[in-house]
Write a protein that binds this ligand. Structure first.
Ligand code: UGA
Length: 438
């Protein structure tokens, strides 16, 4: 049985650790946060992810998964060490902050006592793995062979368990056949299930990840750019997307126009990718990602504009309900959330904003203390001059517009995710406005 350590027990690390335990490996998950490790050891997650707490509990109980704060324990236990620490955007800059990754390598590698493989999973600027391979060689004790590979992760929040246990593909960036063999052994059940493997050099593996997120962000901004045109041309972007989707070369996924992309990955990854291209002297090649970013941010401003219009041209003293706070449904992650960006802009414009999210309320209260947070849709909307649907949770789609109409002050709704049925809301006498539709 493979003995694995997973360094970093954030979103990616916990999912990967539990996924590998499910695939039959013995896994120790490492994090420096004692409180987090204690919760995980009890099978409690520090974040919301459908199905993951059950998987963690199952394998903590089966004995294949445990958590620790000790680098010594991880070094002593495992033959393969996955690096799953986060690489956020640097404060005040666009480039990725690699300090957690560097720190993990500096802590772990000097403790290694036998031949092993370090495997980076974090999203990094191209060239990082090759540089870290040199650092690893310098830090490894004499006569201990420590290799480095890069195995980027493509999981989506809200679908993390399924994406880990049945991924679209496994990308292995390696410098030799030994590393490839170790990783093929780790992922053998996935290979048996027919998951395709792409084996590359380190730089290509890093770039596949950056390119994947850049492509997804571009697809979303493409349809949101079409939404801008639809708004002035009197057209409907949802039907436009439908009209495109039957072309199999285009497809129907990631063409939902609305408030655009947020979260801890796409926004910071496209900025870091563009910044890295500039460092490498090919900034022009990725300058379109700046435009992708601008289109994305303009959608947030447009949603605020629509609310202001509905409120008679001013937000001052108006009561606005924002339904949704998470950056997307089935997640409590509010990092760079378009919904909360809109909520804060409305508040800064003078509105009294009440937000409600089915699972992200605790995070909203902690990080956005100036917003009022309600515990139900009805409480959020009581007395509202306008309602904004900002995250397309299933429960919001099912709201009865007639019933909700009885609690608001004015039947004004901005459907910023194109999630509601316009006819139904208009029949209930709502002034229904959306992004990219008449
Ligand atoms: C994204 C990628 O989809 C994953 O493949 C990748 O592994 C991950 O980043 C990462 O780098 O870790 P995630 O951030 O969980 O995953 O979220 P997505 O499902 O990609 O959604 C991102 C944002 O785009 C959300 O705010 C969502 O509301 C928005 N979106 C998505 C749209 O506005 N329109 C769409 O059609 C699709």
């Amino acid at each position: 049985m493979q003995r694995i350590s997973v360094v970093g027990s954030g979103y990616l690390g916990v999912t990967h650790a539990a996924g590998l335990a499910e695939l039959g490996c013995e896994v120790v998950g490492l994090d420096l946060d004692e409180a987090k490790v204690a919760r995980l050891a009890r099978g409690e997650l520090p974040f919301h992810e459908p199905g993951l707490a059950e998987l963690v509990r199952e394998h903590v109980t089966s004995g294949r998964l445990r958590f620790t704060t000790s680098y010594d324990e991880a070094a002593e236990f495992a033959d393969v060490h996955f690096l799953c620490v986060n690489t956020p955007q640097q404060p005040g800059g666009e480039v990725a902050d690699l300090s957690h990754l560097e720190a993990a390598v500096h802590r772990l590698v000097p403790l290694l006592r036998r031949e092993c493989l370090l495997v980076g999973k974090s999203t990094v600027p191209v060239g990082t793995a090759a540089r870290l391979a040199g650092v690893v060689a310098d830090l490894a004790p004499a006569a201990v062979a420590v290799r480095l590979a890069w195995n980027p992760e493509f999981l989506r929040e809200g679908h993390a368990v399924a994406d880990t246990l049945s991924p679209d593909r496994i990308v292995l960036g390696v410098t030799g056949q030994e590393s490839e063999k170790v990783l093929r052994d780790v992922y053998a059940p996935l290979a048996d299930a027919g998951v395709p493997f792409v084996v590359t050099d380190l730089a290509t593996a890093e770039l596949i990840k950056s390119a994947a997120n850049a492509f997804l962000a571009t697809k979303i901004s493409f349809i949101n750019a079409m939404a801008e045109v639809c708004e002035v041309a009197g057209a409907d972007v949802t039907l436009l997307a439908k009209g495109l989707s039957y072309d199999p070369r285009i497809g129907d996924r990631f063409l939902d126009a609305g408030l655009g992309f947020g979260g801890g990955c796409l926004p910071k990854d496209i900025r870091a990718f563009a910044a890295r291209a500039e460092e490498l002297g090919v900034g022009d090649a990725l300058s379109f990602l700046r435009e992708v970013d601008s289109i994305n941010l303009r959608r947030r401003a447009r949603a605020v504009h629509l609310v202001r219009e509905q409120c008679g041209g001013t937000l001052d003293g108006r009561r606005v309900a924002v339904l949704g706070g998470a950056f997307k449904p089935d997640s409590d992650d509010i990092r760079d959330s378009p919904a909360l960006h809109v909520a804060e802009e409305l508040r800064r414009g003078g509105a009294e904003v009440t937000a409600y999210d089915p699972v992200a309320n605790d995070n909203i209260r902690r990080h956005h203390p100036a917003l009022v947070c309600a515990d139900t849709v009805e409480d959020a909307c009581a007395g509202a001059d306008a309602v904004v649907l900002a995250t397309e949770w299933a429960q919001f789609r099912e709201v009865d517009p007639e019933a909700l109409g009885t609690v608001v002050a004015h039947r004004h709704v901005v459907d910023a995710r194109n999630a509601l049925d316009p006819e139904r809301w208009r029949r209930a006498s709502w002034d229904y406005r959306a992004l990219g539709r008449r």
